[in-house]
Write a protein that binds this ligand. Structure first.
Ligand code: XMP
Length: 505
C-alpha cells in the first residue's frame, strides 16, 4: 500500500495532518524527525509532509531534520514549521515577526497544481510568528498573505506553505491535500479503514497460534470492536472480561455484556467494585486516582488471567494516537496519564495483540459500522478508562460518585430527547468540593455545585463547548436539583480546550 510519511515536529499538528490525509483515502503514518529519512526512503512512501510545531527553527534544541530528506526525489510538503524548516535547511532565511493568527486571506500568484480548484484569493488559517523572509535559492513564491508574508513556495517537488491546510478553517485545505497526494505525488491507491477488516482478521489468525486470547471490554467502541475482530479470527478462543470498577455510568456493565452476548461472545463479569472504591475513598489527587485504578485493574485482571490457564495472548484496543504518544513515535506532549487497559504492565507475560493500533477513533467507528455493530455502540461517546473517578474533583467519596452518576444520566437523557446526543463529542457532569447555599422548602441548606460539560470535538485534541439551547440547559438544571437533593447549583462549562481539558481532572 502506498503511503505518506508525516514528520512530527511536536504538538498535535501531525495527527491532524495524518487524519486529513486518510480522509482523502491515502494511508498516512507519523514518524519522528530522527527516523524520517530512513522511513521515507522505503519504496511504499510516496510523499513526505513536514508538520507544524511549537518551536522556532533557530531555537536551541528545536526539532531538526536531516537534509537527506530533500535528496530522496520524493515530493515534500512543509507546513508552517515544516515550511520554515525547508527555508532553513536549503539556504533561505527565517525571521521572527508580528506574525498572523487566525483567518487570513492569501493571494495565489502562480498557477500551480497544488492550488487547482482554489480561487485567486482564499481564506486560510494561520498561526505563526516566525516567517520565511527569503526563500532558498531556486524557490518560487506561489502565494502571498494579505500581510505580505510568503504563504507558499516551491522548487521542483518541494513545497512549503505557511498556513495550516489541515484545520477546518482552511476551507480548501482538503482540496490542497488531494492535489498534493493525487496530482503531485501521483498516489493512486485508495485506503479505507473498513477495507482493512479482512487483513486485520487474517493477521490475528496468523499470530494467535495455540492458546486463548483475553480481552478486557468496557462497552466502548474500541474494546467492543477489538473483541469482535478477535471473535471473527479465533471464535470461542476469545475470553472477554468485564471488570466492574464501580465507576461506570448507570446500566453500562449490563449493556456491554448483553451486546457481546448477542454477537456470540461470552463475557466474564468480575465485580471488583468494593476493591476499587475502598482504595479510592478520600483520594483527592487525580493522577493518584488514575494510578490506583490502573494498579487495581492490573491486579484484578491478573487474578482473572490466573483462572484461565489457556490464555496466552492479551488483546487491547489501543489506538494510533496512544501508540504515537506512548513514545513509539517521539515528539508528542503528554498532558494526563491515560490509564486504560492500555496501562497494563509487562509482567503479564502474555503476547500483546493490538488490532486497532494503526487507526484513529473515527476510523474505528467506520470499522464498527462495517462490522454491523448497533449505532449505539458505533457512536458511543468516549468514556475515560478511570470512569467517574476523574469526574469528581477533590476527595473521592461515594456520595459524590452517586451524585455524578445521577447527573450524567440526566444530561444524557435530555440530550437524547432533544436529538443532540450524537451531535456532540462528550456530555457529562462533574462535582467538586465547592458548596452553594440552597433553599429547600423553607430552609437554607448547603449543597453541591454540579458542573455540566458538553463539548464538540473531532478528536479530543481540541474541543469547543457546545452551544446547547438554553431551554435544554434549563431542563437539565432543574432536573438535577430536583432529582438529586444534595445539589443546590448547576453550572455550565463554557471554556474550550485549550486552555481547559475536557475532563475536569
Ligand atoms: P482531556 O480531559 O485530556 O481528555 O481533554 C481527552 C479525551 O481523553 C479522555 N480522557 C481519558 N481517557 N483515561 C482515558 O482512557 C483517562 O484517564 C482519561 N482522561 C481523559 C476524555 O474523556 C476525552 O475524550
Amino acid at each position: 500500500m502506498e503511503k505518506v510519511l508525516v514528520v512530527n515536529f511536536g504538538g498535535q499538528y501531525a495527527h491532524l495532518i495524518a487524519r486529513r490525509i486518510r480522509e482523502v483515502g491515502v494511508y498516512a503514518e507519523i514518524a519522528s524527525p530522527e527516523e524520517a529519512v530512513i522511513k521515507a526512503s522505503k519504496e511504499e512512501v510516496k510523499a513526505v509532509i513536514l508538520s507544524g510545531g511549537p518551536s522556532s527553527v533557530y531555537e536551541l534544541g528545536a526539532p531538526d531534520i536531516d537534509e537527506g530528506i530533500f535528496a530522496l526525489s520524493k515530493p515534500v510538503l512543509g507546513i508552517c514549521y515544516g515550511h520554515q524548516m525547508i527555508a532553513k535547511k536549503l539556504g533561505g532565511k527565517v525571521e521572527r515577526g508580528k506574525g498572523e493568527y487566525g483567518k487570513t486571506i492569501v493571494k495565489i500568484l502562480v498557477n500551480d497544481p497544488l492550488f487547482d480548484g482554489w480561487k485567486p484569493e482564499e481564506a486560510v488559517w494561520m498561526s505563526h510568528s516566525d516567517f520565511v523572509e527569503e526563500p532558498p535559492p531556486g524557490f518560487h513564491v506561489l502565494a502571498i498573505s494579505e500581510n505580505g508574508y510568503i504563504a507558499a513556495m516551491r522548487k521542483g517537488l518541494i513545497y512549503g506553505v505557511q498556513f495550516h491546510p489541515e484545520v477546518h478553517h482552511t476551507s480548501k485545505g482538503r482540496v490542497m491535500f488531494e492535489n498534493f497526494l493525487r496530482k503531485i505525488a501521483r498516489i493512486s491507491d485508495v485506503w479505507r479503514p473498513e477495507d482493512q477488516i479482512t487483513r486485520i482478521v487474517e493477521e490475528i489468525r496468523s499470530r494467535v497460534k495455540g492458546g486463548d486470547v483475553i480481552v478486557g471490554v468496557s462497552g466502548g467502541v474500541d474494546s467492543t470492536v477489538t473483541a469482535v475482530l478477535l471473535y471473527k479470527a479465533v471464535g470461542q478462543r476469545v475470553k472477554a472480561v468485564f471488570i466492574d470498577h464501580g465507576l461506570f455510568r448507570e446500566g453500562e456493565p449490563e449493556e456491554a455484556a448483553s451486546l457481546l452476548k448477542s454477537i456470540g461472545i461470552d463475557v466474564v463479569y468480575i465485580d471488583a467494585k468494593e476493591r476499587f472504591l475502598k482504595r479510592l475513598e478520600g483520594v483527592a489527587d487525580c493522577e493518584e486516582k488514575r494510578r490506583i485504578i490502573g494498579e487495581t485493574f492490573a491486579e484484578v485482571f491478573s487474578d482473572a488471567v490466573k483462572q484461565m490457564p489457556n490464555v496466552k495472548y492479551l488483546a487491547q484496543g489501543t489506538l494510533y494516537p496512544d501508540v504515537v504518544e506512548s513514545g513509539a513515535v517521539k515528539g508528542a506532549d503528554k498532558i494526563k496519564s491515560h490509564h486504560n487497559v492500555g496501562g497494563l504492565p509487562p509482567w503479564f507475560q502474555l503476547e500483546l495483540i493490538e488490532p486497532l493500533r494503526e487507526f484513529y477513533k473515527d476510523e474505528v467507528r467506520r470499522i464498527a459500522k462495517a462490522l454491523g455493530l448497533p449505532e449505539d455502540v458505533v457512536y458511543r461517546h468516549p468514556f475515560p478508562g478511570p470512569g467517574l473517578a476523574v469526574r469528581i474533583i477533590g476527595p473521592f467519596t461515594r456520595e459524590k460518585l452517586a451524585i455524578v452518576r445521577k447527573a450524567i444520566k440526566i444530561v444524557e437523557e435530555e440530550l437524547r430527547k432533544a436529538g443532540l446526543f450524537r451531535k456532540v463529542w462528550q456530555a457529562f457532569a462533574t462535582v467538586g468540593e465547592d458548596k452553594w447555599v440552597g433553599v429547600k422548602g423553607d430552609r437554607r441548606a448547603m449543597g453541591y455545585i454540579v458542573t455540566v460539560r458538553i463539548v464538540e470535538s473531532e478528536d479530543a485534541m481540541t474541543a469547543d463547548w457546545s452551544r446547547i439551547p438554553f431551554e435544554i440547559l434549563e431542563k437539565i438544571s432543574s432536573r438535577i436539583t430536583s432529582e438529586i437533593p444534595e445539589v443546590t447549583m448547576v453550572t455550565y462549562a463554557v471554556t474550550s480546550k485549550p486552555p481547559s481539558t475536557i475532563e475536569p481532572c
